[in-house]
Structure formats: C-alpha cells, structure tokens
Write a protein that binds this ligand. Sequence first.
Ligand SMILES: C[S@@+](CC[C@H](N)C(=O)[O-])C[C@H]1O[C@@H](n2cnc3c(N)ncnc32)[C@H](O)[C@@H]1O
Length: 253
Amino acid sequence: MTDWKAAFTTTFGAPASAVSAGIWADVYGDEYPAELDTYSFVTRTDLRDIVAGARLEPGGRLADIGCGRGGPGLWVAARTYATLTGVDIAETALASARRRAEAMDVEATDFQIGSFSDTGLEDASFDAVMSVDALLFAPDKRRACEEFARILAPGGRLLVTTWDFDGQPENRPPQVPDHRPLLEAAGFDVHSYEETADWRARQRRTGELSLERVAELAAESGADPAKLRASIELTLRNQDLMTRRVLIVASRP
Ligand SMILES: C[S@@+](CC[C@H](N)C(=O)[O-])C[C@H]1O[C@@H](n2cnc3c(N)ncnc32)[C@H](O)[C@@H]1O
C-alpha cells in the first residue's frame, strides 16, 4: 500500500500541473474552478452547494479536512465570511494553502497538520466541516465520521464529497458501499446524499485524456512515463468500482 503522506507531500511539493489543468478545463469547461488549483473533481456547482449547505453566518467557524492546496475551503470561507482551519497530512499542501490564503486575501485562516482520525482540533469548535474528494484516503471511515462529529458544535453542518464503492480498489484504503450508516452511527442526521452531475463520464474522460498526454505529464513532473501510465490505468480500473460520487449534507443535533 502506498504511503499516502509521502505521496501527497511529493505531489504538493511540486507546482500544480499545467497539463492536468488543461485536461480538467477541457472536460469540465466552465465547471472547472481553474483559479483554485484544486487536486480533485470538485466543480463550481459542488462549491456553491457546499456554501448553501454550510449555512455559515459571517464569522462562523469552518474546517476543511484533507484541504490540499486550500482552494475549496478558501473559496467557501471567502463567500461566507467564515474563519477557516484547513487540515491535511501533507505539510507541502499546507504551505501552498497559506500562500493561497494571502493571494486570495482571506484573513483568519489557519492550516495545520492532522488526519481524518486525529485532526488535532478542539471538541465542538466548528459550525461547519467540509471535505472535498479526500475521505477516500481515510484508512478508517467510521473513525473519520466520529472525528467530524467530535469537532462540530451542536447544530453544526457537515459537507463532504466522496465515493461509494462496490468492492475494494487496488492499492487504496478500505472503502464502504454507503457512508450513511457510519454517519448515523456517529450521531449525524443525513439531510441529503446526492450523486453529483455526470461524475462517471467526466472522471473517465479525465483519465483517458491523461493517458493520451502521459508523455507531457511525465516530462512536466519528471516522473517515469511507464510508472505514470500504470498509475493512471490503476485509477481508471478503480473508478469502475465506484458506484456513485456523492455530495453529503448532514448535521450534528
Ligand atoms: C484528492 S486530494 C483533495 C485535496 C483538496 N480537497 C482539493 O479538493 O483540492 C486528497 C487530499 O487528502 C489528503 N489526505 C490523504 N490522506 C489523508 C488523511 N488520512 N487525513 C487527512 N488528509 C488526508 C491529501 O494530502 C490530499 O490533500
């Protein structure tokens, strides 16, 4: 199994890929939030849905777990006038997120090391917790749901995009067929569990274009083209085990 902390630390230690950004723009068109340097399948519609579902008041406290380079959380914080705490396992991602916060002129931000099982955040200290396309990497999804519940204040809102799986993908942490039982066991009321638009075709097309442009991607990052090809092919095979990409809206009573 890949050491994900090491892998993401390397990924985010390099500049965002211009070739990948071009592929995402081709596939997602206006839905691709190019200015945020995302490392995910997040769309502008997802981001707007997260803002609506979070119900944050100005000055509200938002956490983004698995924040990567910080773009999605900063976008939501900027629109809701919330304070933002981003958490990730990769210090290189956090360094990039801090620079982005300055560039986007979003004040009252904090980016710190932590994981889904141990965020390092205080009990009941957030009005909303979001996580974009990262829960897939949590080794223990039940523990992650309990951690979301622990850090949310009563009435706090949870907004997550992630995938349900029918089977265990290769070289990935254990997956689940449905996140709702785990969320309910952790004490959440699940308000909505909606498939995101056209997710399968878009992800497949992104993978296919990445294969077509694998030489450019490898040249850009200095990766071995054969290893990069194998990794894209594995991602495509694993996508066949995904049954849905969902945007989850839940709250803690
Ligand atoms: C696909 S990226 C998504 C990043 C960001 N949310 C975005 O939309 O651009 C997955 C993120 O999850 C982080 N991650 C992986 N395993 C994690 C864990 N166990 N706990 C917290 N974050 C983790 C990675 O470092 C990476 O930033």
